[in-house]
Design a protein around this ligand. Sequence first.
Ligand code: ADP
Length: 204
Amino acid sequence: METADEARNQGSSVSILEKNPKVVFVLGGPGSGKGTQCTNIAKLFGYTHLSAGDLLRAESESDSENEIMIKNVMKEGKIVPSEVTVKLLQQAMWKIGNDKFLIDGFPLNDENRAAFENVTGIEPAFVLYFDCPVEEMERRLLNRNQAREDDNIETIKKRFKVFLESNPPVISYYGEKGKVRKIDAARSIDQVFESVKTIFEAQD
Ligand code: ADP
């Protein structure tokens, strides 16, 4: 996988490093409300919302070399290899060229985190962490009206297990750097957004 420096040397029109975009990682279990809140944040604060899951789903529908692998990994509720996800995120950032990105649902584990930082040279400004009990997330996902292939109870249980095992080291890593903004996500969408707004207003 090419690093940001290599990409620049190979003539990529806009290096991520040159633009030095502000990146906010948006983390929380499946169904904690990341996508819902990111849509609102993007509208109000001018960020581009990049959902790692949506980018991977789009890639798995395209004619790419990774099509089948991504489909299988996601069906199992597992984590797609870092190099695939980081490349998709990096490409999306280059293409869109905004200077503020919300990266939703990534990094899921510490290896994801290290790969992103090494390849892009970007550290997040902060991490928004939606804290929500598993029972509430499960209820929301089973109600989610998008007929997503991974929103069935079997895959949901696997996704929770992987999330609970893999994500805490990422939160601890950024917690030690004072970068985690934890939000009680078990409240209504509007109440959660009030807390989110306070955090972003303090930033911009
Ligand atoms: P994630 O991106 O974290 O998987 P979503 O934003 O897609 O979560 O939300 C999952 C489902 O829960 C959606 O159907 C959404 O409308 C609903 N939802 C999101 N936030 C809340 C909330 N605070 N209270 C109730 N339902 C919510």
